[in-house]
Design a binder for this molecule. Structure first.
Ligand code: SAM
Length: 327
């Protein structure tokens, strides 16, 4: 049979999709969905609203040979809500065993099996298991694909009203206050919109630290219970959201979306460059502590402390200042 080119395949699929929709809606879509053999398939699951499950997810749950699930009980609960029978073998695949399990699953892929990877909610690999098998599949040259769908990162970003053209995803902030503050400081000059995941238990402390590090006036959104009945988006300045968290502690799952730094904020956040005298003092200390020649210590210190424009301080000036200090 003559092979169809990509365009023809696409046209055929579109015609099939249209027919399927016209004939029996979702059922036809599910039964017409191609489940690729000998492939790892990552599939997104709903983050709150079961109706967000895609036809591909349903087809894969029904027809994959193996389903690697973060929590098998939650997998069956989802299948139950969807009215789907999981016919394949179900294995637990979570943060603690994903490295060990990946090769065994990929051996099955090599023999032609379809291995479906799902996490409890949203996209696998996004603060969830999945990356280990993707990496090993790439290393072993085995096919891996994705049935995309809900993920709290993009949902929150789109609803925040903050710029979406450039953003960064920072996952969960460190648990400890000191580490969290230090981490947030590294983001003070970030110009892109920043997305964090946060939990009920730490939201109060996290908001206090955000206020401390980013100041009261940056815009942000606290997005909770996305896609669920009690979905709520609180938009305002960091100070306003902080106050709202005190007045009305948010429940459920949540994502924080914080505006990137303005040009002035980004400039102000760049640490002031050290003076020649500071560099000289640091070089003397470094030479003593690491038992270095003073010239080597100066080279190291200068390289570690670039000036505000990114250039390096004049070595000779620092050396002369060191000599003057030693006299
Ligand atoms: N893989 C998931 C995804 O793609 O969004 C994320 C899993 S991570 C372990 C769980 C975190 O995602 C929650 O603590 C919360 O910050 C966020 N999250 C998940 N579902 C959410 C929802 N319905 N509303 C708000 N945040 C949600």
């Amino acid at each position: 049979m003559e092979r169809m080119n990509e365009r023809e395949c696409e046209d055929k699929r579109e015609r099939e999709d249209e027919n399927a929709n016209g004939d029996a809606g979702l059922d036809a879509l599910v039964s017409g969905t191609n489940v690729p053999q000998g492939t790892v398939v990552l599939a997104a699951t709903p983050i709150g609203n079961t109706a967000d499950a895609s036809a591909r997810l349903i087809a894969l749950l029904e027809r994959a040979d193996i389903v690697a699930a973060e929590d098998t009980r939650r997998l069956y609960a989802l299948a139950n809500r969807l009215g789907v029978h999981v016919n394949g073998r179900v294995v637990a695949y979570h943060d603690h065993n994903e490295r060990d399990k990946s090769d065994g699953l990929l051996d099955q892929v090599e023999t032609g099996a379809t291995v479906l990877v799902v996490s409890d909610a949203g996209m696998p690999t996004i603060n969830d298991p999945g990356l280990a098998i993707v990496r090993r599949a790439i290393e072993r040259g085995l096919p891996v694909t994705c049935a995309p769908g809900p993920s709290a990162v993009l949902d929150a970003l789109c609803l925040s009203g903050l710029p979406t053209d450039r953003f960064c995803y920072e996952g969960f902030l460190p648990r400890k206050h000191s580490e969290r503050v230090q981490y947030l400081r590294t983001l003070r000059s970030e110009r892109r919109t920043i997305v964090f995941y946060e939990t009920l238990h730490r939201i109060d402390d996290a908001m206090a630290d955000l206020l401390d590090v980013f100041g009261p006036n940056r815009k942000m959104a606290l997005c909770r219970e996305l896609t669920k009945d009690f979905e709520q988006i609180r938009r305002g300045t960091i100070a306003q959201i902080r106050q709202s968290v005190i007045d009305e502690p948010p429940r459920g799952e949540m994502v924080l979306v914080v505006a990137g730094a303005s040009e002035e904020e980004a400039d102000a956040a760049v640490p002031a460059s050290l003076s020649i005298e500071d560099l000289a003092v640091l070089s003397i200390d470094r030479a003593r502590e690491d038992d270095l020649r003073i010239k080597d210590a100066i080279s190291q210190v200068i390289a570690e402390h670039p000036l505000a424009d990114g250039s390096l301080a004049n070595r000779k000036q620092v050396y002369n200042t060191v000599l003057a200090m030693k006299e």
